[in-house]
Write a protein that binds this ligand. Structure first.
Ligand SMILES: *[C@@H]1O[C@H](CO)[C@@H](O)[C@H](O)[C@H]1NC(C)=O
Ligand SMILES: *[C@@H]1O[C@H](CO)[C@@H](O)[C@H](O)[C@H]1NC(C)=O
Ligand SMILES: *[C@@H]1O[C@H](CO)[C@@H](O)[C@H](O)[C@H]1NC(C)=O
Length: 618
């Protein structure tokens, strides 16, 4: 006989068992829950302000009824949900360049919320992560890049093909995360993504497969237009005293060869072989022997040197830590990246070789049409050589859009962030050009707070309603302080200044902390809230104490420099280079052991002079 008490115990056990099973059951494949990343190895979350991460693979082709043995192309994404909502919800898609370089460059070294900590783990940065006010989706594409995959005969050859695959991927993505399809969306990235992004924008604006309201695109140190950017290597190098008298003649010969070719043809191809020699000959002239070792210019940051023949490919120093991290099994599992069978590499050389671009005119040809519909922001770290700011400026000067050529009379304003000169800012007819002071090819790596201020301005985030976090970092363009933000070349209007906002008195602060989480999360928070209230009430009764509120504290270091170690993949591909330069860097001997980059000495003096006077320029 079973006693009544025993039956009750069994029933209770059954209920507990069901609950536990329910909690630990694997989420349905393909559901949003199946992409959720509850924990990342080595990342200590800020419990008062946790990151919500989703990651995994989704196909970038229409699913076939009868799948073949081949792996169908799958792109990889990692999404960080917005930690706060400003005046409205926003989404950013981020792409690194290469071609073939993974967007983990962006998330782990530039615009993301964490950096490697030098001890195998990660550390949050206190401010500057772009996920503060926008849900950001880092995408590895074209297929084969980063954690994305396809059988090698399915690699992408043209930019239009890459765009078609991205749109298909986005359709599949929105089927999993339907609420994101209707949020204001920006596409951003850098370097060779200067080719991808306009193609993607064009496809977003034309397709009926997705309904995304695309609001603008932002390209940092982009490779966009060879016709203007190749000759600019000479001008930039001249300006920065990078041309030694003994190599001048050779460089001039290369420049003439390039301009002659450009004069005689109307080519719009992305990589112009006749023009490769300009940068190569400049770099060659800068190779020198230091303590018996050959060093050369870091093409991504002219303030630095690197070992020959890497010349920047070992940089930035965080890279070796990123490699170590993304090759850990526990990390790969946590990030739902197991389906990629090869180890993660920063830049996949095969992807880049397959992207022959035979049918892809340079993305500059798409600019006029895009600018009729949405704003474009070009930004450039002023210390980059490979996609330097002079090239961006010559490109804009030569471009005809929205009824005129170049920036015309638009005024260039000085831009300050947190009391420091950050660069210059100019906007004309939907095109914004931002030159960033003391920043390399990877702007977010050098100046994350500045890069964040820039994207918030470009997205038109309304700071009137915000306080705390980056809203408390002052910034101004043309002397007009945030939140009074200038977006166009129209007369400067003075807006009321924010004054000293106080998180205690400003009701909007609560709105800004509201996270666009799922219903489940909101529900969970409500439950936790009730539990907390009950707990606090009890504590108060017992101890007569009020609990301390935990503020959004800045408790981690922003800057870090990881010592470099040997990176056997450096020769696989270079980052973000026009093809010619890539061949130069990859063709010869394998990359030597990495070396901490150090300030270059022979470029120093005059360069400093050029940096101090902040004359605005067009
Ligand atoms: C190319 O054309 C420009 C402008 O017409 C001219 O100034 C320049 O000398 C030409 N360069 C060469 C190498 O033909
Ligand atoms: C600039 O972009 C907006 C959309 O933000 C568009 O409505 C407008 O027509 C564009 N302006 C010009 C001058 O084409
Ligand atoms: C802003 O500047 C102040 C004063 O120089 C400095 O203490 C603070 O750390 C800076 N804030 C950020 C987020 O960089």
């Amino acid at each position: 006989m079973i006693s009544l008490g025993c039956m009750a115990k069994r029933a209770l056990a059954l209920v507990i068992c069901l609950l536990v099973n329910g909690l630990y059951a694997a989420p349905a494949p393909g559901s949003a829950a199946s992409f959720y990343v509850p924990n990342l190895p080595g990342l200590k979350q800020d419990s008062s302000h946790p990151l919500h991460i989703y990651a995994g693979h989704l196909p970038s082709v229409q699913p076939t009824a009868s799948p073949t043995g081949n792996a169908q192309p799958n792109l990889y994404f990692m999404m960080h949900k917005a930690r706060r909502v400003a005046d409205r919800e926003r989404v950013i898609l981020w792409f690194n360049g290469g071609p073939g370089c993974s967007s983990f460059d962006g998330s782990m070294m530039e615009v993301g919320p964490w950096r490697v900590d030098g001890q195998g783990g990660l550390k949050l940065i206190p401010s500057g992560g772009w996920e503060e006010y926008a849900t950001i989706i880092y995408i590895d594409q074209p297929v084969g890049t980063g954690f994305s995959y396809a059988s090698t005969d399915q690699y992408v050859h043209d930019l239009g093909e890459a765009a078609t695959q991205l749109i298909r991927f986005m359709r599949n993505f929105y089927d999993v995360f339907p609420e994101l399809e209707f949020m204001d969306t920006w596409i951003a990235g850098e370097s060779f993504a200067g080719q991808y992004i306009p193609y993607f924008a064009d496809a977003f604006l034309k397709t009926t497969l997705i309904k995304t309201p695309l609001k603008g695109i932002a390209i940092g140190n982009g490779w966009i237009d060879g016709r203007t950017q190749y000759p600019a290597y000479y001008e930039f190098a001249k300006k920065n005293n990078m041309i030694k008298p003994e190599s001048e003649a050779r460089i001039k010969t290369e420049l003439d060869r390039c301009t002659k070719y450009l004069n005689e043809t109307a080519t719009n191809i992305v990589n112009i072989g006749e023009c490769d020699g300009i940068m190569n000959s400049i770099n060659q002239g800068l190779i020198q022997s230091v303590n018996g070792k050959q060093v050369c210019l870091n093409v991504y940051d002219i303030r630095l040197v690197d070992d020959f023949p890497a010349c920047g490919m070992n940089w930035p120093p965080d890279l070796s830590g990123v490699y170590d991290y993304l090759r850990r099994d526990d990390v790969i599992n946590a990030l739902h990246a197991q389906a990629k069978t090869e180890a993660w590499v920063e830049c996949n050389g095969r992807v880049s070789q397959q992207l022959t671009l035979m049918n892809s005119p340079s993305s500059i040809t798409l600019f006029p049409h895009i600018l009729e519909q949405i704003p474009i922001m070009l930004f450039a770290g002023d210390q980059d050589f490979i996609c330097n700011h002079v090239g961006q400026e010559r490109m804009v000067e030569a471009l005809n859009w929205n009824g005129a050529k170049g920036l015309g009379d638009a005024e260039t304003y000085d831009w300050d962030v947190n009391g420091t000169y950050a660069g210059t800012w100019v906007t004309a007819r939907n095109l914004t050009y931002v030159k960033i002071a003391q920043a390399s090819h990877m702007v977010g790596f050098d100046v994350p707070i500045v890069a964040h201020d820039m994207i918030l301005r470009f997205m038109g985030v309304d700071f009137h309603a915000l306080s705390g976090g980056s809203a408390s970092i002052p910034s101004s363009v043309g002397g007009v302080s945030k939140p009074g933000i200038i977006f166009d070349d129209s007369p400067v209007s003075t807006s009321p200044s924010s004054g000293g906002r106080n998180s205690q008195t400003d009701p909007n602060v609560w709105r800004s902390y509201y996270n666009s989480g799922t219903t489940a999360l909101v529900f969970l928070l409500i439950v936790l809230g009730i539990v907390a209230i009950v707990y606090i009430a009890r504590r108060r009764r017992r101890y007569g104490l009020l609990p301390k509120t935990s503020a959004y504290t800045d408790h981690v270091d922003l800057e870090e420099r990881v010592p470099l170690s040997t990176n056997e993949d450096a020769e696989v591909s270079s980052r973000d280079l026009p093809n010619g330069a890539q061949k130069r860097l990859n063709g010869g001997a394998p990359t030597p052991p990495q070396q901490q980059t150090e300030p270059i000495f022979d470029l120093g003096e005059e360069e400093e002079d050029q940096e101090t006077p902040r004359t605005s320029q067009h």
